[in-house]
Design a protein around this ligand. Sequence first.
Ligand code: ADP
Length: 445
Amino acid sequence: IPNTEAKETAKPPDGYKSDEEEKVDRAAQSLLNKLIRNSLVNNTNQVEVLQRDPNSPLYSVKTFEELRLKPQLLQGVYGMGFNRPSKIQETALPMMLAEPPQNLIAQSQSGTGKTAAFVLAMLSHVDPANKWTQCLCISPTYELALQTGKVVEQMGKFYPEVKLAYAIRGNRVEGGSTIQEQIVIGTPGTMSDWLTKKKLIDPKKVRVFVLDEADVLIGMQGHQDQSIRIQRKLPKDCQMLLFSATFEDSVWQFAERVVPDPNIIRLKREEETLDTIKQYYVHCGSKQDKFDALCNIYGAITIAQAMIFCHTRKTAAWLSNRMAAEGHQVALLSGELTVEQRAAIIQRFREGKEKVLITTNVCSRGIDVEQVSVVINFDLPMDKDSNPDNETYLHRIGRTGRFGKRGLAINMVDSEQSMAVLKAIEEHFSKKIVELDTEDLDEIE
Ligand code: ADP
C-alpha cells in the first residue's frame, strides 16, 4: 500500500504546516485513528436528533436483534465482538434500515461506531441475487477506502454471496460491461471514472450512496465536486448517507447539497476538562536544565507512563536519545514516520511496552492515549506567532485525568516568553499552575 500522507521534508520548525498539508494531514490523522482504534470511545453525551418528519415516531434500539437483521449479518456483528449498538448506532441504524429508506447526515467523533453502522446498512440493503452494483461508498483516500472495505469483509463474513470491489487508483478493471460486485468502495475520482467513462456501474441501479469522512473529503482538491457529480447521476430515491467527525460550516454546506431531506444525528464529543488535573510548572534556564529537571522528577516520583511534548522534531529526537541513555524505555513519534509506523508505536505504548512517548505536536494531534498518568510539556504549546495555544494545551493535558482518575501535568518554562505563555494559559482556564521546585519534590505526590 503506497503511503500518501504528507511528507514533512526539511521545513523547520515542524510545529507548523501550510493549509494544504493540514488537509492531507487530516486524512493521515483519520487513518492513524482507525489503525490504532480497537474499541468504541467513551461518550456520555446524549445524541441529538433532528428528524425530517418530526411527527414520525423516533425508534431507537438497545439490541441488534431488534433490527431484524438477516441471520448471516447478525452473526457477522456478533463475530466482531459487538454486544449492543453504540450510542450513535442506537438511533442511526433504525433510520437507515427503515422502509422506505431515509437519508441521514450523522456527525460524531472518530471511534463512535459510524463506519460499522453504515457498513451494516449497506450489507442489509443489497440483494445478493442481483449481480450488479447497488451500494457506493466514497472515501477520501485509497487507504481509508481499504479500511472501510475491511469492515465490510469482517461484517459480511457469513454472507459471502455479497461481493465487494474497490474503485481506487491502480485497480485496473476492463471497461465495457458492468461489474457484478454489489458494493463498491472508492475515492471520488476513480468512482466517477467507473460510472461515466468506463461504465462499470449503472448509476440508475444504485440504492445506497455513502459519503464517509465528509470533513476530510471536502478538504481535498476536486473531491467535493466529483462527489456532487456522482450524486447527481443517482436515482432520486437512492438512499443518501453522509458521515463526518466534525461539522464546520463547509461540511454542513456540502452535506446539504448531497443529502436531500435528511434526518440529522449529532453526538457531541466528551468535553475535556482540567478539573481533575494537578498542573505544575518548572522554571529552567536552558534545554539542558529542562532535561535535568525531568530527571529529578523521574527520580522523585513513580511515573507509570508519560507523554512528553516538544516543539520541534530536533528537540524531540535529542530528548529521546538523552532519556534512552538514562535507561528509560522511550518511543519517539515524529513526522518522518509513515502512518503505519506511527500506529505501531502508539500500539506498543498502549500495551505498556514503552513507558515514555515523546512527540511533536503535529504527530500527537487527535491521538487518544487514555492511560497516561503524566503529561510533560517540554515546550509549551504555541501557534506560529508564539501565542499560547489553549486548545492544544487542553487536549494534551485533558488526556491525563480521564474517567475520574487524577492526572498530573508539568510544564517546562525556559524564557520570559514561555513564562508569558504559561501565565496566559493559566488565566484562560482560570486554573492555578503551581511552581514546582525540582530540588524539593515532596509536594507533588
Ligand atoms: P467511526 O467510524 O465512528 O470511527 P467505527 O465504526 O470504526 O467508528 O468504530 C470504532 C471501533 O469500535 C471499531 O474498532 C469498531 O470495531 C468498534 N465498534 C463499532 N461498533 C461497535 C459496537 N456496537 N460494539 C462494540 N464495538 C463497536
